[in-house]
Design a protein around this ligand. Structure first.
Ligand SMILES: Nc1ncnc2c1ncn2[C@@H]1O[C@H](COP(=O)(O)OP(=O)(O)OP(=O)(O)O)[C@@H](O)[C@H]1O
Length: 231
């Protein structure tokens, strides 16, 4: 469903250029769960942001089905993000003055074919927290609200940048289990960025980046349930 060919990204920084990505080829297949591993600065977030239409490549081609995203203008990229992509970040980015339900409703109010906020929150196990404000929720619960918000519009692609980076291992396991369940139940193509190689065990495919290049990728023959993972 998504194909990146020879993607490079150069950030000009004064006199020097930072080569964040150097010729990345990547295909994401419908319904798969991919984990992207790599050291800090290897280009993981840059790649995810380009795939999600938050950033544009300096060179290379990017196709979502037959849409050439590398040629898209701002308006077309906004539409692609709004209609097809869900994002989950390390810090949950919830609106503090809105309840869990209202945070999710912000998205469902503008989406084409959304699920009800109650359904999205039920899918992440938060039916009992609909009217809580973010400050009244634990970190893991806040991340689950962020996931409910991301999936409520039924995105084709869910992109998660260090979704458990701020969580302890057992809370992180619950959040990852939610992502794995949603991938399974809704067939949402899912990419998870992490520093943590253990998380690769829950993936269909593991991709490793180093210095702006994909240096290894393989299918995982012994996929495990996220809640079995410990780090
Ligand atoms: N907006 C930017 N302007 C300039 N340089 C950038 C920008 N974004 C990223 N970079 C640089 O590009 C390289 C790749 O960064 P990126 O954030 O993609 O790495 P990462 O693998 O996600 O790292 P981390 O795990 O620490 O988040 C780094 O050297 C970074 O400093």
């Amino acid at each position: 469903m998504l194909k990146a060919e020879a993607i490079s990204k150069i950030y000009p920084m004064g006199e020097v250029e930072i080569h964040a990505l150097r010729g990345v080829d990547l295909e994401l297949e419908s319904g798969e769960l991919v984990v992207l591993l790599g050291a800090s600065g290897s280009g993981k977030s840059t790649l995810l942001n380009i795939i999600g239409g938050l950033d544009t490549p300096s060179s290379g081609q990017l196709y979502y089905h037959d849409h050439a995203l590398h040629k898209a203008n701002d308006q077309q990229l906004t539409r692609y993000r709004r209609d097809h992509v869900g994002f989950v970040f390390q810090f949950y980015n919830l609106i503090p003055s809105l309840t869990a339900r209202e945070n999710v409703a912000m998205v469902t109010d503008i989406a084409a074919n959304p699920m009800r906020p109650e359904e999205a929150l039920e899918r992440v196990g938060l039916s009992q927290r609909l009217h809580h404000f973010p400050a009244q929720l634990s970190g893991g619960e806040q991340q689950r609200v962020a996931i409910a918000r991301a999936i409520a519009k039924r995105p084709d692609i869910l992109l998660c940048d260090e979704p458990t980076g701020a969580l302890d291992s057992s809370t992180g396991g619950i959040v990852l289990q939610v992502l794995q369940d949603i991938n399974h139940e809704l067939n949402t193509t899912t990419a998870i960025i992490t520093h943590n190689a253990v998380i690769g065990d829950m993936a269909d495919r593991i991709i490793r980046l180093s210095d702006g290049q994909i240096v290894d990728q393989h299918y995982n023959s012994s996929k495990r349930s996220a809640q079995e993972l410990h780090w």
